[in-house]
Design a protein around this ligand. Structure first.
Ligand SMILES: [Ca+2]
Ligand SMILES: [Ca+2]
Length: 251
């Protein structure tokens, strides 16, 4: 359901030629004019009351891809098929930006194997050596303190994109407190067998690319964002290139 909405939106309006960035804003406006009433209602429901129905693409800036084509020989179960084209624009109310940039990062591994926790929100999304932080083996998390409550529309993150990889038991949560005890909401969970004890998730495994993984947060109010993982198909370690949180200050 979470992926369906914006895919349907853009299929309705945007053909193959819409990949041009310049056309996105116009296309988004067009969407709202020609969408069937049901879809318009759906789009409006994504925005909080009083925000109006006009949604615009969130301002995503992607790093340079480090590899091309569909990864081969990845024997990972429950693996999402690559889209085979750029991800559709993700729509949110105007004024939504990456509010995680430069914000404080906490972790289950406060002394990373390689790099520093600050790299999770430093704006460097390059896939090269030196641009990711490496956390220890097994289940690890990073928590981003946004510093104040925000309406969160999307969480976009890159574990590693130097080579195609799949990170395991990826769980993304929002909460009102740094310990994740108050008002915890799970946005994404592909730990289908509940190895991590956070509950069994129904989301699929996916291959890391320069596009990152985008998770819909539906405008939920939160100050803290946490991402879990449990190693990857190449080793037992956990990595982060960058985490972006698209939101705006909560009223
Ligand atoms: Ca970074
Ligand atoms: Ca698992």
């Amino acid at each position: 359901m979470r992926m369906t909405r914006h895919i349907r939106l853009s299929r309705t309006t945007v053909g193959p030629s819409s990949r041009h960035v310049a056309a996105i804003g116009i296309a988004a406006l067009g969407v709202l004019c020609i969408l069937p009433a049901a879809l318009q209602a759906q789009a409006a429901a994504q925005a909080p009351a009083g925000a109006g129905a006009q949604l615009v693409p969130i301002p995503i800036q992607l790093p340079k891809p480090m590899f091309e084509g569909t990864p081969q020989n990845l024997t990972v179960p429950n693996l999402q098929k690559p889209l085979g084209r750029p991800r559709d624009p993700f729509l949110a109310p105007p004024g939504v930006t990456n509010v995680a940039k430069g914000k404080k990062v906490l972790s289950s591994d406060m002394e990373p194997v390689i790099g520093e926790l600050a790299q999770v929100t430093d704006g460097d999304k390059k896939g090269v050596e030196g641009s990711f932080v490496e956390l220890g083996p097994g289940l690890q998390y990073v928590t981003i303190d946004l510093g104040a409550p925000y309406e969160v529309y999307a969480v976009l993150f890159w574990h590693f994109h130097k080579t195609p990889r799949v990170y395991f038991d990826v769980v993304v949560q929002l909460a009102d407190d740094a310990d994740f005890k108050k008002n915890v909401r799970t946005l994404f969970n592909n730990d289908h067998d509940n190895t991590s004890g956070l509950g069994a998730g129904k989301d699929m495994n996916y291959v890391e690319t320069a596009e990152g993984k985008l998770v819909d947060a539906k405008g939920s109010r939160a100050r803290y964002v946490r991402l879990y993982s449990r190693g990857n198909n190449a080793n037992e370690l956990n990595h982060y290139v960058e985490v972006e949180v698209f939101g705006r200050p909560a009223k």
